[in-house]
Write a protein that binds this ligand. Structure first.
Ligand code: FES
Length: 170
């Protein structure tokens, strides 16, 4: 499939963020080295780095004297945490009934081809994480696509590429 929206046009692919242990120390210090603040610490790391790098979790484990397995239990329990690098933008496509009957699956399949990533995955240049969801509460606007909480209703395949271009370099 020819694809005019090539992510490879960007200068080189980005690597996941390097883990700066000083940043992790700052976060732990902000929470007073309290093991009871583990969730808050993980939230701050997730917010700053867009995911929970293993090196950061090891640092938290040693600093708070919490077994790494316990930290992973918490990190995998909450959907807000990710152990894989996430894209700078989250792109959601609704596959709920109302959107599905109006072509939601076709939109998702188009995006998977365009971005060269399956739903649930992140593009190699870390621009987008693509997700499928079941109803975004805007059924009358179906099919619905959402980027970083901005809704694009009655989305048509022809409109997608120009929209993504605006976000890709942000
Ligand atoms: S089914 Fe898509 S917004 Fe409700």
């Amino acid at each position: 499939m020819s694809n005019t929206f090539s992510l490879k046009r960007r200068k080189g692919f980005e690597k996941p963020m390097q883990v700066d242990t000083n940043q992790i120390c700052e976060i732990i210090e902000k929470h007073g080295y309290q093991s009871s603040a583990l969730i808050g610490i993980l939230q701050d790391i997730q917010e700053r780095m867009n995911y929970l790098p293993r090196k950061a979790l090891l640092h938290v484990s040693r600093s708070l004297d919490i077994p790494l397995t316990n930290i992973y239990e918490v990190a995998t329990f909450y959907k807000a945490f990710s152990l894989e690098p996430k894209g700078r933008h989250t792109l959601q496509v609704c596959l709920g009934t109302a959107c599905h009957v109006r072509g939601g699956a076709r939109i998702l399949s188009y995006l998977e081809n365009l971005l060269e990533v399956k739903a649930g995955g992140t593009t190699k240049d870390l621009s987008f994480t693509l997700e499928s969801v079941n109803c975004l509460g805007a059924c009358a606007l179906g099919p619905v696509m959402v980027i970083d909480r901005k809704y694009f209703g009655r989305i048509h395949i022809d409109k997608i590429e120009p929209i993504l271009k605006k976000y890709r370099d942000k």
